[in-house]
Write a protein that binds this ligand. Structure first.
Ligand code: 13P
Ligand code: SF4
Length: 321
């Protein structure tokens, strides 16, 4: 604890000295989220992180999250220095969507509009017509569908099938998934609901369709937090990474938040509702990224790819339904 307090003080001083700002995702450790709040940075979902990083005055960003979030920041602000606690923090969706195979898939359907989730590499974004995050995917696909567009969707099959169901859009799916959300179990959730009959169920749409079907609210991290504030229930069962409880509990301390159960059919969970890559973001690593005492913190994106990826990213950021 004493070491943590010391580290936090050191990071605060370093952020000031370097005129840097901390941009953290809701799935990072609660200490990191608190630090971002205390130092004038931001804690947000992936769409708001992208906007904040682009618009903030500071020229050095520490992005605490996973790699695609750092890359997105760099693509939007090539003149800024973008640092991450570790560049090893990837995402199973990114890993499961290699650009070569994904491009070949797109090439087979040239009459389709390519929509990719933000949780992808810069190269995959550069191959896409649109980038979306979970907070804006529904509106953008609705818009494309209303124009009669047929869609290639990648990489998250659960989010894709949720959107296809909601919009009725014609969507060809890449078969990727988030290893964290994929583990939520509908069967166990039904048992839990029976124990807490007054609880509302909040579900991130990267979860399996059977779990999404049981939700009282479905949405991105920031949308789920909003729902936890605005819904009248005093208890919530939450199917997303447990990092989100910090903000939910902070906003409504009088409410009770319970983790949705993982691992169906007797299987034990692997990620247990916490993303192993988000968990790589620690205070030591943040400090190291600011002092430059270890390599492997700065994000660089090839200029050609950056220009290609900026087009669909800008489309998303400029979109209003
Ligand atoms: P949000 O855009 O909802 O923050 O989601 C990002 C993510 O990685 C979810 O697993
Ligand atoms: Fe990727 Fe899932 Fe981790 Fe989000 S929670 S970064 S989608 S692996």
């Amino acid at each position: 604890e004493a070491r943590k307090a010391e580290l936090k003080a050191e990071i605060k001083a370093l952020l000031k000295a370097r005129n840097a700002v901390l941009v953290a995702h809701y799935y990072t450790d609660h200490e990191i989220q608190a630090l971002a709040e205390e130092t004038g940075g931001c804690v947000a979902d992936s769409l708001e992180m992208a906007r904040f990083g682009r618009d903030v005055e500071e020229q050095t960003l520490i992005v605490a999250g996973v790699r695609f979030m750092g890359e997105t920041a760099k693509i939007l602000s090539p003149e800024k220095t973008v640092l991450m606690p570790t560049l090893e923090a990837t995402c199973s969706l990114d890993i499961g969507c290699p650009v070569k195979e994904f491009s070949e898939f797109c090439d087979q359907h040239p009459d389709h509009t390519v929509v990719v989730y933000a949780n992808t590499s810069a190269a995959v974004k550069a191959r896409a017509d649109w980038v979306v995050t979970s907070s804006i995917a529904l509106e953008i696909v609705e818009h494309l569908d209303s124009q009669g567009k047929k869609i290639i969707w990648g990489p998250d099959r659960h989010l894709g099938s949720y959107i296809a169901k909601q919009t009725g859009a014609d969507m060809l799916m890449w078969q990727g998934e988030c290893i964290v959300h994929d583990e939520f179990s509908a069967q166990k959730l039904a048992d839990m609901k029976a124990l807490y009959p007054n609880a509302a169920v909040l579900v991130h749409p990267e979860s399996p369709a059977s779990v999404v079907e049981m939700a009282d609210a479905v949405g991105s991290t920031s949308q789920l937090i909003k729902a936890s504030q605005t819904m009248d229930n005093d208890t919530f069962i939450v199917a997303t990474d447990k990092g989100i409880f910090y903000k939910m509990q902070q906003l409504t301390p009088e409410k009770t938040f319970i983790e949705a159960p993982t691992g169906g059919n007797g299987a034990t969970c692997k990620s247990c509702a916490h993303c192993p890559w988000m968990a790589m973001n620690g205070l030591e690593a943040i400090k190291a990224s600011l002092t430059g005492e270890t390599d492997g913190h700065e994000i660089f994106v090839d200029d050609e790819l950056r220009k290609g990826a900026l087009i669909p990213l800008d489309r998303m950021l400029n979109f209003s339904a």
